[in-house]
Design a protein around this ligand. Structure first.
Ligand SMILES: *Cc1c(COP(=O)(O)O)cnc(C)c1O
Length: 379
């Protein structure tokens, strides 16, 4: 398909090309010095001084290891939103624990509702997964208060929030016990596939490092350099490693992140102004958000009664690619035996449509999208 405006497009260039070349020239591909540099650069970019970063093969791997490091397992319940990517809930299930779905706050704020969290805590609840939908912060202070009172762990799914700030200026992904970030192709920065775990707790970081590579006590690089000759296996680990090519691309992408986020911001501001003017019945969420988002995606709510599939089909016909963030997890066949009482999520899910957003979009692209949408909604 030759899109007039695709849903997303990566911002890759010379910096990434040179980074990959540097790795090839180094003659070392699995985790090594570039991975260590990427972890240091990421921790630094989070703006926190005492924080550990562990690079992983994906955010899904980061979430899985975060729950394992927090000793979550069979018989435990973890609270998480239904309006999220399925990986959030899957990662809970990998540990043997059960996801319990939490509703969104309102039509304006699609992050999980701390009041609903309170009603769904049971004797088995061990943790909350705070998904910062779209790069907008969950009510972290309320969630952290509940977690402290009830002895729960807080994992942040920060796949969307590279690097966003809450209303009080705190950086998303650094407030809970562990923050998990994604570098999948359509995220704010990419390594193709990749992820990162951030934590202030050195023991948790060490645990995640161990589980990342088979529970082995020494790495291939250390043995290669002669710093270690053997190893023990002290935990049931996984192969969730990143590699040097991705780490090097990650370093390059990190350098461009602020500039790319600033471009996303201008496009979002243009969308908001144009939609308010031309299509006042379209709801744009997070209109009252006072923090600094990462502008990961641009979801809207179509007016009540408008058929989403027809609208998306008409936009496709005019060369505009859209998506849906998200079909609620509890509505998937695989989740049929995880009943959810999330009436606000259910009410708005069928109206969600995500419009194109990426750093290299120009102002004319925003007009093209809004013109086409106006044509669908007024004809
Ligand atoms: C993309 C995404 C993930 C998974 O990230 P991967 O790096 O692809 O594993 C998890 N949660 C949310 C909310 C996401 O958007």
């Amino acid at each position: 398909m030759n899109w007039k405006v695709p849903f997303f497009s990566m911002a890759l260039g010379d910096r990434e090309r040179i980074a990959v070349q540097d790795v090839l020239d180094s003659n070392w591909l699995t985790m090594g010095p570039f991975t260590e540099r990427f972890e240091k650069a990421f921790a630094h970019a989070s703006g926190q001084s005492e924080i550990h970063a562990v690079a992983l093969s994906s955010c899904t791997a980061a979430l899985h290891l975060a729950f394992l490091a927090l000793d979550i397992g069979p018989g435990d319940e973890v609270l998480c939103p239904s309006l999220t990517f399925v990986a959030s809930a899957n990662a809970i299930r990998y540990t043997g624990a059960t996801p319990v779905f939490i509703d969104i706050r309102s039509e304006d704020d699609w992050t999980l509702d701390p009041d609903d969290v309170l009603t769904k805590i049971t004797k088995r609840t061990r943790a909350v997964l705070a998904v910062h939908y779209g790069g907008y912060s969950c009510r972290m202070n309320a969630l952290l208060d509940v977690a402290r009172d009830r002895g729960l762990k807080v994992v942040e799914d920060s796949a969307h929030s590279l690097f966003a700030e809450a209303e009080d200026g705190q950086v998303l992904g650094t407030m809970g016990d562990i923050g998990c970030f994604s570098f999948f192709s359509n995220k704010n920065m990419t390594t193709g596939e990749g992820g990162m775990a951030l934590t202030r707790n050195g023991e948790l970081a060490e645990r995640i490092r161990l589980l990342r590579s088979h529970g082995m006590t020494s790495s291939t690089l250390k043995r290669h350099k002669g710093h270690a000759s053997g190893y023990d296996v002290v935990a049931l680990g996984y192969n969730y490693r990143i590699d040097e090519i991705r780490a090097a691309i990650g370093i390059a992408q990190l350098e461009a992140l602020d500039a790319n986020n600033a471009r996303r911001k201008s496009r979002v501001e243009q969308y908001r102004v144009l939609l308010k003017e031309r299509l006042p019945l379209v709801v744009v969420p997070f209109g009252r958000y006072r923090g600094r988002p990462s502008y990961h995606i641009f979801p809207i709510l179509l007016p009540d009664g408008v058929d989403r599939e027809t609208t998306a089909g008409e936009l496709t016909a005019s060369g505009i690619q859209t998506s849906v963030h998200y079909r609620p997890v509890h509505t998937f066949a695989e989740y049929a035996c995880y009943p959810a009482s999330v009436s606000k999520t259910d009410r708005l899910a069928g109206r969600i449509l995500t419009l194109p957003l990426f750093p290299s979009m120009g102002e004319p692209d925003i007009h093209t999208v809004v013109d086409a949408l106006a044509l669908c909604l007024t004809s």
